[in-house]
Design a binder for this molecule. Structure first.
Ligand code: ATP
Ligand code: MG
Length: 158
C-alpha cells in the first residue's frame, strides 16, 4: 500500500502523545514535504509502536522523546531518541536478537518478552530498510531505521 509517511508517522506519535501517562515531552522534526513509501501499514505501525513504547518505558519523568525524519540518498531515515538509562556499548547490537533483554533486573521491573525489536528488524528488512541503535549508557538511546521511498519523477512536465 502506498502511504505518505509523514502523515502516517504523525498519527502514530499523536496516539502515544494522547495516551501516555508519564510526564515526557515529545519533540517532532518532520519535513513539510510529502514522501510516499510502499509499506504494509499494520506492520510498520507495530514496528513504530514497539520503538516508541520502549522509549517511554525507559524514559525518566520529565524526559524528552525526539522524533526525526530526514532523507538520506533515496531512503527515509527515521530516528526516535530518548533520555533514558541507555544500553552498555557491548550490548547495543544484541537488542535486536530474539528474547534478548539488557539485564534481568530491568526486565523484571519493566515487563515484556524481548521480542519487539527482533520482530521490528525482520519487518524493516522485509521492507528493504535497515534498523540499528546508538546508545550511551546512562544518557539515552536512539533507534534508527530506513525505508526506501518512491521518487516523484514529475514525468509529464519534462
Ligand atoms: P517486548 O517488546 O517484547 O514487550 P522488550 O521491550 O523487553 O519486550 P525489545 O523491544 O525487543 O523487548 O527490546 C529488547 C531489550 O532492549 C529491552 O528489554 C531493553 O533491555 C533494551 N531496550 C530497548 N529499547 C531501549 C531503550 N529505548 N532504552 C533502553 N533499553 C532499551
Ligand atoms: Mg519492546
Amino acid at each position: 500500500e502506498m502511504v505518505e509517511f509523514g502523515r502516517f508517522f504523525n498519527r502514530i506519535i499523536d496516539r502515544f502523545e494522547m495516551s501516555k501517562s508519564q510526564k515526557v515531552r515529545f519533540e517532532r522534526y518532520l519535513p513539510k514535504e510529502q514522501y510516499f513509501v510502499e509499506i504494509d501499514p499494520d506492520k510498520l505501525t507495530q514496528v513504530i509502536d514497539n520503538i516508541v513504547s520502549n522509549a517511554l518505558k525507559y524514559s525518566p519523568e520529565g524526559g524528552k522523546v525526539r522524533f526525526d525524519m530526514t532523507v538520506e540518498d533515496g531512503f527515509l531515515l527515521i530516528r526516535i531518541s530518548d533520555q533514558g538509562m541507555g544500553i552498555p556499548k557491548e550490548n547495543v547490537d544484541r537488542i535486536f536478537d530474539r528474547f534478548y533483554r539488557v539485564d534481568r533486573a530491568r526486565s523484571r521491573a519493566m515487563g515484556g518478552t524481548g521480542l519487539g525489536l527482533a520482530i521490528s528488524k525482520e519487518m524493516i528488512n522485509t521492507h528493504g530498510g535497515a534498523i540499528w541503535a546508538e546508545s550511551e549508557f546512562g544518557k539515552g538511546t536512539s533507534i534508527f531505521f530506513t525505508l526506501p521511498f518512491e521518487e516523484d519523477d514529475g514525468g509529464e512536465w519534462e
